[in-house]
Design a protein around this ligand. Structure first.
Ligand code: PAF
Length: 282
């Protein structure tokens, strides 16, 4: 397992791999790895000749300083977890200055309003920050395949659009969400919850399932009101949004068309820790 911190060294390795016609797989992460990340890694190992994991907490995608400062970090544990899966994975763990020089700013992309929905309404410029770092990584690694989790489904739609805008050859692979036994989607942010709240946070997935089972029987406004009441009755919990939107455009539609595919998205703040999840309804 090789640990790289410099782009120049990565470039050299990547050129070598490209010359040998290796299929390059990329698993971009912000560290604080969990089984969800390891599942991406396992998919990448099966599908690619060489696999790179990047660990970089990208400052430009945080609209909130506290969220950035509190974001969990544990590089030693991350490296151990990766090495248990495979000793042949390469890791890129750069400093902020290596990725951004002195200009800590995101590019502005036209994501055709995909970035204005859901998370975009609450996290100003978040997706421009994601696009900026993913573009830097795609241009450095030139991956044949890049692996992302379905939990961040809106992010996967944004990255698809980025691939289209930039004309990258990379194939985006979306891997299923990994959950705790109680249904809670794995997230690095779960580290910031007390054990009790982690148990109680099962309400998030439960409400998604309830919404999925009832969206054709009960008006969504009523579903929303029921979920909000139950979630907000738990101390420290607050529903940020619960929406049913078109699976591709991520836009709300007035009438559910049974020939189209929809997805329900939820965000709950647990003592200000942002937890998101989603479920495909058809
Ligand atoms: O999903 C994440 O962990 C991040 O948004 C990503 C894709 C690694 C970009 O910083």
């Amino acid at each position: 397992m090789l640990l790289y911190t410099l782009k120049s060294e990565v470039k050299e390795s990547i050129n070598y791999e490209i010359n040998l016609k290796k299929t390059i797989g990329l698993v971009p992460t912000m560290g604080a790895l969990h089984q969800g990340h390891l599942s991406l890694l396992k998919h990448a190992i099966i599908a690619c000749d060489v696999v790179w994991v990047t660990i970089f907490v990208n400052p430009t995608q945080f609209n909130n300083k506290n969220d950035l400062n509190n974001y969990p970090k544990n590089i030693d544990k991350d490296l151990k977890m990766i090495s248990k899966i495979s000793k042949n994975v390469n890791i890129f763990y750069p400093e902020i200055s290596e990725m951004y020089n002195s200009k800590l700013k995101s590019e502005v992309y036209d994501f055709e309003n995909l970035d204005k929905e859901l998370e975009g309404k609450y996290r100003n410029n978040h997706f421009n920050g994601v696009g900026t770092i993913v573009a830097k990584l795609f241009e450095l690694f030139k991956p044949n395949k890049a692996f992302f989790g379905e939990k961040d489904f809106q992010q996967t739609r944004i990255i698809n659009k980025l691939i289209e805008i930039k004309g990258y050859k990379t194939k985006l692979i979306v891997c299923p969400t990994v959950r705790e036994k109680n249904g809670l989607a794995l997230s690095s942010r779960n580290n910031l919850l007390s054990l009790k709240n982690k148990e109680k946070a099962s309400v998030i997935y439960n409400k998604l399932v309830y919404a999925k089972e009832n969206y054709l029987k009960i008006p969504f406004k009523i579903i929303y009101a029921n979920c909000k009441k139950e979630i907000n009755s738990i101390t420290g919990f607050e529903l940020e949004y619960l929406e049913i939107v078109h699976n591709e455009t991520l836009k709300k539609e007035n009438i559910i068309d049974l020939n189209k595919s929809y997805r329900i998205f939820i965000c709950v703040l647990v003592n200000d820790v942002r937890l998101i999840d989603n479920i495909l309804v058809k």
